[in-house]
Design a binder for this molecule. Structure first.
Ligand code: MOS
Length: 728
C-alpha cells in the first residue's frame, strides 16, 4: 500500500484498542523466564557446543603468531578457530571494523580466535592457553590531540563538508549579542543487559542463526555477504532481545564467528560475548568536540547559528552526526553546520540510541541556556521566540506537525518553572544547592518501507507475522493493538510472531522508526485482509464495519470467524512512501525540565525531579511509550553525570569495559519522573498518525540536567560527564 499525503480518516482512528495503555503482552513470558533469549535456546538444535571468544590484546598492528595447540588439547575442547585460518570476511556497508579473518588487528579486543568446547567452562579455561604474538604499530587514540588537523567530512565528491544558509560569518560578526563556546562529550557504550549472542547451526549449505539482532532483513543480507552464501541460505531468528540501543543494528563477531565455527566443527555452536569484551569488540558512541556559535538581536531572535563537531573513527568509518538538529531546530537566517572526522585506532564508532542528536543536543542545549543568560532572558522564552514551523535551511518545506512551544509552555506550567530563580546558586536546602534547568529535545521521524502478513484462522484468531523485532520496546503489543483495532477484535484474539527472517521484512528496530512504520505495515496487511473477508462474506469492503468480533453492513451481520470457516485467510502487504516522505519535514519534539541539587561540601549531584513533555504524533500505547521515555531519561541521567568510556591513550582501548566500572544509573540515582504526551495525530507520518518516542526521550535530557546543575551551583561545566571533580 502506498501511503498518500494527508490521508484521511481510517479504521485506526476509532481508537478502541490503539491509543490505550496495555501491559506488554510479552511481559508475563519475560518475568517467568519463558521468553528465551538467544543464548538460552537450548531446544532449537541438539548437541550445542560452547564458543569462547578471544580478543586481540593490542589496538593496532599484526598478529605474528597464534598458537592454539595447547588450547586444542585441553579437556573438553572440540576445536579452536583462528583468525589466521581465514581471510577477512567481506563486510556490509554498515560495518567498518574487520569482524574476523586475517592477521591485521584494527582495534583492541578484535575477535582473533574462538575456542569451541563441550562446556562453557572448558572453553573459557582453554581460551587462556591461546598464545599470541604481535607486531605493534603506533596508533592514534587521542581525539583532542588530532581534532585540529581533522579534515571536513565529505559525503561524496561534490559535498563541501559544510551545510550553509545565508552568510553565517557576516551575520555573526554583526550580531549585537554573540556567544561562542566549546563542548565535549565522551565515548559511550550501549551497556544493554544482554550481550551479543548467537547460536549457529548448518544444515547442508543452509545456516540458521538464533541471535539477538535489531534489524533482521539488513543482517540477513550482511551475513550472506560475510559467509559468502546466497541470501536464501541464511535464516535469522531473534524473537526477544535484552536491549540493543543500536549495538545490535548490524552483524557483529558473535554471529560471524559462531557460523564459521559451526561449519568447521559440524555442530551447532553458541557464542556470547563475555561482558568485558563487549565495549571494545563491538561499537560505541564516539566522543565529540563541538563548537557552537550563536548570534542574536538584543530581543533574543537568533540571526546566526553555527555548530561544528569533530569526532573520530577507524579508517573508512563515519562521523558522529552531532549537528543534525542544529539544521532544523531553531530559526535564524544565517547558518553553518559541519563535521570533521579524525582517524582513530579505537574500536569502531557507530550508532547508539539517537546517534547524532543525543550528544549534539547535550551541547546545543547548554549553549542555548548560556545565550539566554547572556541576553537576560528566560531560557524557555528564548527558545519559544526562536521556534520555526518550516525547515530553516529549506523554508518552503513545512514541518508536518511541530508543537515545541506547547511542550515548553505545558512543561513550564506543570513543573513550576515560575519558582525558578534565574540567579545561579541562590537556592539552598540544608547542605544542598538546588536549581532548575530545561532543554528542548528533537529527533527526526523517518519513514521506511515495512511489510507484514496477517492470518485469520478458523478459530477466529488473527496472527500477525513480520520480521520486526522487540528490543524491549513493546513491538509485540503495539502490533497486536493495530491488528485488533483493524479487525475489530479484543487484544487477546491476536497473536504476534516476530524476529524471523522467513517472515515479511519490516522496518526493524532502529532510529526510533520501528513503532510507526511496523504498525503501518501491519495496518496495510490488515486492509487487505479486510477486503478478502468482505468479499468472502459478500460485503462491500468500503462499507463493512469490523467490530466486536463481527462484520456488519446495513442489517447484515456475520461473526468474523464465519469468513474463515472454509480455511484460514491470509493477506500480506507493505506500507510504502515513495517520494512522499520528502514532502514535509518530520520530527518529534520535547521539553525536558529537571530539578537538581549539588552538595555544597562534597559536590555530589542529585537529580530531584524530571519531567518530559513530548510531541510525537499519536501515542499508540501510552504505557509502553512512557516506559520508553522514562528509560531514555534515565539514560540521559547517565550521559550527563556518570557515563564515560575512559580511553587509555598509550595503548588505545577503553579501560572501564565492564559494568562495574562503566557507571550507569542505578535506582537510587533516579528520582520521580513524569512524562506528558501532547494529544496529537500526525496525518503526514503514516496511516497510524504516529511517530517515534524511543530516541526522542533521550535527546536534550543531558543538557537539561547540566543546566539545572549550573542553576544550582553556578559552575558551568561544558565537558561531560559532570563529575564532581569538575566543580572544583
Ligand atoms: Mo538506534 S542507535 O538506530 O538502535
Amino acid at each position: 500500500m502506498k501511503f498518500e499525503s494527508r490521508a484521511g480518516a481510517n479504521p485506526i482512528d476509532r481508537l478502541k484498542v490503539v491509543g490505550k495503555s496495555h501491559d506488554r503482552i510479552d511481559g508475563p513470558l519475560k518475568v517467568s523466564g519463558q521468553a528465551k533469549y538467544a543464548y538460552e535456546r537450548h531446544d532449537v538444535a541438539p548437541n550445542q557446543a560452547y564458543g569462547y571468544m578471544v580478543g586481540a590484546s593490542i589496538a593496532c598492528g599484526k598478529i605474528t603468531s597464534l598458537d592454539v595447540s595447547d588450547a586444542r588439547n585441553a579437556p573438553g575442547v572440540v576445536d579452536v578457530i583462528s583468525t589466521l585460518d581465514y581471510k577477512p570476511v567481506p563486510l556490509s556497508s554498515n560495518n567498518t571494523a574487520n569482524l574476523f579473518g586475517g592477521a591485521e588487528v584494527q582495534h583492541y579486543h578484535q575477535a582473533i580466535a574462538l575456542v569451541v568446547a563441550d562446556s562453557f567452562e572448558e572453553a573459557r579455561a582453554a581460551a587462556h592457553l591461546v598464545r599470541t604474538t604481535y607486531e605493534r604499530k603506533n596508533g592514534s587514540f587521542d581525539l583532542a590531540a588530532v581534532a585540529k588537523a581533522a579534515p571536513l567530512y565529505k559525503n561524496g565528491d561534490d559535498d563541501t563538508g559544510e551545510d550553509r544558509y545565508g552568510d553565517f560569518e557576516a551575520a555573526f560578526e554583526a550580531a549585537p549579542v554573540q556567544f561562542d563556546a566549546q563542548y565535549t562529550t565522551p565515548d559511550e557504550t550501549h551497556a544493554m543487559m544482554e550481550p551479543h549472542s548467537t547460536i549457529a547451526s548448518w544444515d547442508g549449505d543452509k545456516v540458521t542463526l538464533w541471535t539477538s539482532n535489531q534489524m533482521i532483513a539488513w543482517s540477513k543480507k550482511a551475513l550472506a555477504k560475510s559467509l559468502e552464501v546466497s541470501e536464501d541460505k541464511v535464516r535469522l531468528d531473534s524473537p526477544f532481545l535484552g536491549g540493543g540501543f543500536g549495538s545490535k543494528l548490524f552483524v557483529r563477531a558473535d554471529a560471524i564467528v559462531a557460523a564459521l565455527a559451526s561449519k568447521k566443527v559440524r555442530r551447532p555452536v553458541k557464542v556470547t560475548l563475555q561482558r568485558p569484551l563487549v565495549a571494545n569488540n563491538t561499537t560505541h558512541r564516539p566522543a565529540t568536540i563541538q563548537r557552537i556559535r550563536l548570534g542574536a538581536h538584543k530581543d533574543g531572535r537568533l540571526q546566526a547559528i553555527a555548530h561544528e563537531s569533530t569526532s573520530g573513527d577507524l579508517p573508512g568509518g563515519g562521523p558522529e552526526t552531532a549537528v543534525n538538529q542544529s539544521k532544523l531546530l531553531y530559526a535564524a537566517g544565517n547558518r553553518l553546520t559541519s563535521m570533521r572526522l579524525a582517524v582513530l585506532n579505537l574500536p569502531e564508532g557507530n550508532a547508539m540510541r539517537a546517534p547524532g542528536e543525543a550528544p549534539g543536543m547535550m551541547a546545543l542545549e547548554i549553549a542555548m541556556d548560556e545565550m539566554a543568560e547572556k541576553l537576560g532572558m528566560d531560557p524557555v522564552e528564548f527558545r519559544i521566540i526562536n521556534d520555526t514551523q518550516v525547515d530553516p535551511m529549506n523554508p518552503e518545506k513545512a514541518f508536518s506537525e511541530r508543537n515545541m512551544i506547547e511542550c515548553l509552555r505545558r512543561g513550564a506550567k506543570e513543573f513550576g518553572w515560575d519558582k525558578r530563580n534565574a540567579k545561579p546558586a541562590s537556592q539552598q536546602d540544608g547542605d544542598w544547592l538546588v536549581g532548575m534547568g530545561m532543554a528542548v529535545g528533537f529527533r527526526n521521524n523517518m519513514l521506511m518501507k515495512s511489510a507484514a502478513r496477517v492470518r485469520l484462522g478458523t478459530d477466529g484468531v488473527v496472527t500477525v507475522e513480520t520480521d520486526m523485532t522487540d528490543i524491549g520496546t513493546g513491538s509485540y503489543t503495539i502490533l497486536a493493538q493495530t491488528a485488533a483495532e483493524m479487525m475489530g477484535l479484543p487484544l487477546d484474539r491476536v497473536k504476534v510472531v516476530l524476529g524471523d527472517s522467513d517472515l515479511p521484512a519490516s522496518a526493524g528496530s532502529g532510529g526510533q522508526w520501528g513503532a510507526a512504520n511496523s504498525t503501518a505495515g501491519t495496518y496495510a496487511a490488515c486492509v487487505k485482509l479486510r477486503e478478502q473477508i468482505a468479499k468472502k462474506l459478500g460485503l462491500d469492503p468500503e462499507q463493512a464495519d469490523f467490530t466486536d468480533g463481527n462484520v456488519l453492513q446495513g442489517n447484515r451481520s456475520f461473526s468474523l470467524k464465519d469468513a474463515a470457516k472454509d480455511g484460514e485467510l491470509v493477506a500480506e502487504d507493505a506500507i510504502e512512501y515513495g517520494d512522499f516522505g520528502d514532502e514535509y519535514a518530520q520530527a518529534t519534539f520535547s521539553g525536558h525540565f529537571v530539578q537538581a541539587s549539588v552538595n555544597r561540601f562534597t559536590g555530589v549531584t542529585r537529580i530531584d525531579r524530571m519531567l518530559a513533555v513530548c510531541s510525537a504524533g499519536r501515542i499508540l500505547n501510552p504505557k509502553s511509550a512512557r516506559s520508553q521515555v522514562i528509560g531514555a531519561m534515565t539514560m540521559g541521567a547517565g550521559a550527563a553525570l556518570t557515563e564515560e568510556l575512559a580511553v587509555d591513550k598509550r595503548f588505545g582501548f577503553f579501560v572501564n569495559h565492564d559494568l562495574a566500572s562503566y557507571e550507569v544509573p542505578v535506582h537510587a540515582d533516579i528520582p520521580y519522573q513524569e512524562v506528558i504526551f501532547l494529544d496529537e495525530a500526525d496525518t503526514a507520518s503514516t496511516p497510524m498518525k504516529a511517530k517515534g518516542v524511543g530516541e526522542l526521550g533521550l535527546c536534550g535530557v543531558g543538557a537539561a540536567i547540566a543546566n539545572a546543575v549550573y542553576n544550582a551551583c553556578g559552575i558551568r561545566v561544558r565537558d561531560y560527564p559532570l563529575t564532581l571533580d569538575k566543580y572544583l
